[in-house]
Design a binder for this molecule. Structure first.
Ligand SMILES: C[C@H](O)[C@H](O)[C@H]1CNC2=NC(N)=NC(=O)C2=N1
Length: 82
């Protein structure tokens, strides 16, 4: 699950394969645009590292980060069962 470190929420996710990781990123991208709140993330094959912090608040953790984190958990949990 998420850890709080260096004023960021951090989580590492693993997927079935690269395609599923990309599908996840595209789904989250839509949510991030709707929320106008965007992750810092990196992908290597079926693994994604995500860090959430709020730049507008001086790179601290705000409710916007927790809200996006919850949305990310919902999307990830829905894909794991695929
Ligand atoms: C101009 C734009 O609305 C702001 O820069 C938004 C965009 N996405 C953002 N994402 C994150 N993580 N933090 C922000 O403060 C933020 N601000």
């Amino acid at each position: 699950m998420w850890i709080e470190e260096e004023n960021k929420l951090k989580r590492n996710l693993t997927f079935k394969d690269f395609k599923q990781a990309m599908a996840f990123m595209n789904t989250v991208a839509d949510i991030a645009e709707e929320m106008d709140h965007h992750p810092w993330w990196s992908n290597v094959y079926n693994k994604i590292t995500i860090e959430l912090t709020t730049h507008d608040a001086g790179n601290t953790i705000t409710d916007r980060d927790h809200k996006l984190a919850r949305q990310i958990d919902v999307i990830y949990d829905s894909m794991k069962s695929e």
